[in-house]
Ligand binder design. Structure first.
Ligand SMILES: Cc1cc2nc3c(=O)[nH]c(=O)nc-3n(C[C@H](O)[C@H](O)[C@H](O)COP(=O)(O)OP(=O)(O)OC[C@H]3O[C@@H](n4cnc5c(N)ncnc54)[C@H](O)[C@@H]3O)c2cc1C
Length: 493
């Protein structure tokens, strides 16, 4: 009889680990508390509008391609991708924006326009960023993080400055124009940390951004979830939705029974892709890897205030992805990391996939999401959401010169309380834990429970970190840990 594996959650990490375990001969059941699978990447549909609730940037297409290749498939067997060009737009002030081109030549021209001669620096910066990408993805990201020595390789030994210096230091030593600095510092926001707390090693995010490009899966990011769900079901994985795991019962150092709202399970092995701290809360206290004190000391990545908006007009002033960097990056970061509070004049991001994809909104309409990064754990009330809704719509109109308020036909907000309720997210975090130096690799929460032999953790709180590609990698890492016989051939270029 095949060994039985139970996977908690149905986010990218859970889906990934379920597929690898099923491929290795496990009989896999996934239990998801929500009605719709996909975790933070669920989808919301209303009146002909289709919103991705979570991720919207598709970066690092090689990671997705490698995932499907591990099962003898290609991405195109499951969904269709196209590269966006321009990749995105950044507003720096009123009617003042720059489009970031997909073409490198045009990008060099853009840099030289703002800071003559800076394209030379950009070339060498991107060369180094490409090197760190290879280092990260080929040598480090697939390591389980059991030992500090996981990260001691000939390449890391000869490039130790990348771990000592911050990304901010490297960027600002070469680039002086504030717009260029914003462009090069913003990708680390995806890692949930400030550029001055992020090792220069993470410049691989700039490689992902400016070299590999921004892609779009037709139908939206949920098409990736749908593709992985299809693959999982082809591999025989059973998915039970509307099923919350309530308790993990331990005896003799093993989980013997998983108590869920749809009944009890007695699997050989358990992988949890639910938020780490929540998974631990399902165990008796003496079997947890970490105490509450541990979690309070960690730097969590931001949460987010989101507005899903349907417009009865087409927009001219924005692209599929538009960033609004008209206010101070540092002041906003302070309100997230240093003194958690609602920011005064936050940076925000607008996603309008209907500019690229007609299926996500009715004809002549636009499907728009506004995202404001905020500190996890701060007070979240309807009143506060409304204040930010009003001020952000007003700023959008002032900066772009385009009226939207009178064209809003549907509107829904999503914030800390929803992350907590929907995903059992610690402090309502959106992106997990920040990837600072001391929250990287070996320093992240362990993928193994040290006291319970058959419990493993996957997802954005473990290795390698937050974001869709790392979550997919995390599922593979934990599956490899369970099935030692699967070769961790990290990357097949
Ligand atoms: C607003 C937002 C925007 C983002 N933007 C991007 C982006 O543009 N690009 C990018 O790459 N990444 C982005 N991310 C990050 C990315 O979405 C996440 O890192 C990734 O989806 C996390 O996957 P996961 O499997 O670790 O966890 P999750 O997706 O959170 O999955 C965990 C699952 O466990 C379930 N669960 C919890 N408790 C239980 C229980 N007791 N029983 C059963 N099930 C349970 C939850 O319901 C959930 O489905 C974004 C995230 C958010 C929230």
């Amino acid at each position: 009889m095949a060994p039985q594996a139970l996977v908690i959650g149905s986010g990218f990490s859970s889906l990934s680990s379920a597929c690898y375990l099923a491929q290795a001969g496990y009989e896999v059941t996934m239990l998801e508390k929500n009605h719709q699978p996909g975790g933070r990447a669920r989808q919301w549909r209303k009146q002909g509008f289709t919103f991705d609730i979570g991720p919207s940037w598709y970066w690092m297409p090689d990671i997705f391609e490698n995932f499907f290749a591990d099962f003898g498939h290609r991405v195109s067997d499951y969904y269709q991708l196209s590269r966006l060009d321009p990749s995105y737009r950044i507003y720096f002030g009123q009617h003042n924006y720059e489009d970031i081109p997909a073409s490198k030549e045009e990008l060099y021209q853009l840099f030289d326009r703002y800071q003559p001669g800076s394209s030379i620096h950009l070339k060498s910066f991107l060369k180094q960023a490409g090197m760190t990408y290879n280092l990260a993805v080929k040598e480090m990201a697939f390591k389980p993080g059991h030992s500090l020595f996981d990260f001691v390789t000939p390449h890391t030994m000869t490039n130790e400055h990348l771990f000592v210096q911050s990304l901010r230091h490297i960027v600002r030593s070469k680039f002086k124009h504030p717009y260029l600095i914003s462009l090069l510092e913003f990708p680390v926001l995806f890692l949930g940390a400030k550029p001055d707390d992020t090792p220069a090693f993470y410049s691989f995010m700039n490689h992902a951004d400016l070299e590999m490009g921004t892609w779009y899966p037709a139908g939206g990011m949920y098409s990736v979830v749908a593709g992985m769900l299809k693959l999982a079901s082809e591999l025989g994985v059973i998915i039970k939705v509307d099923t919350a795991v309530e308790r993990l019962e331990v005896s003799e150092s093993k989980i013997r029974t998983v108590i869920s709202t749809s009944g009890d399970y007695k699997p050989e092995v358990i992988v949890s892709g639910a938020d780490y701290q929540h998974t631990e809360s399902l165990l008796p206290a003496e079997y947890r890897n970490y105490t509450e004190k541990y979690w309070t000391k960690k730097t969590f990545a931001p949460s987010a205030l989101l507005f899903f908006i349907g417009l009865n007009k087409k927009l001219k002033s924005v692209l599929h992805h538009t960033l609004f960097f008209d206010s101070s990056f540092d002041t906003h970061a302070e309100a997230i990391y240093d003194h958690p509070e609602w920011p005064d004049q936050p940076l925000f991001y607008v996603n309008v996939p209907s500019i690229t994809d007609p299926v996500v909104a009715p004809i002549g309409h636009e499907c728009m999401t506004i995202l404001i990064p905020i500190a996890p754990g701060i007070e979240d009330t309807e009143h506060i959401r409304n204040i930010y809704y009003d001020s952000t719509i007003r700023r959008f109109e002032e900066l772009t010169g385009e009226n939207i308020r009178e064209h809003i036909v549907i509107r829904q907000s999503y914030c800390i309380n929803d992350f907590t309720k929907d995903y059992n997210a610690y402090k309502g975090n959106a992106y997990g834990m920040a990837n600072t130096l001391f929250q990287t690799g070996y320093f992240r929460p362990s993928i193994r429970n040290k006291k319970v032999k058959n419990l493993f953790y996957t997802g954005q709180l473990t290795v390698p970190g937050g974001g869709v590609p790392p979550a997919i990698m995390s599922g593979k890492i934990v599956a490899c840990e369970i099935i030692k016989k699967i070769k961790v051939d990290a990357y097949t270029a």
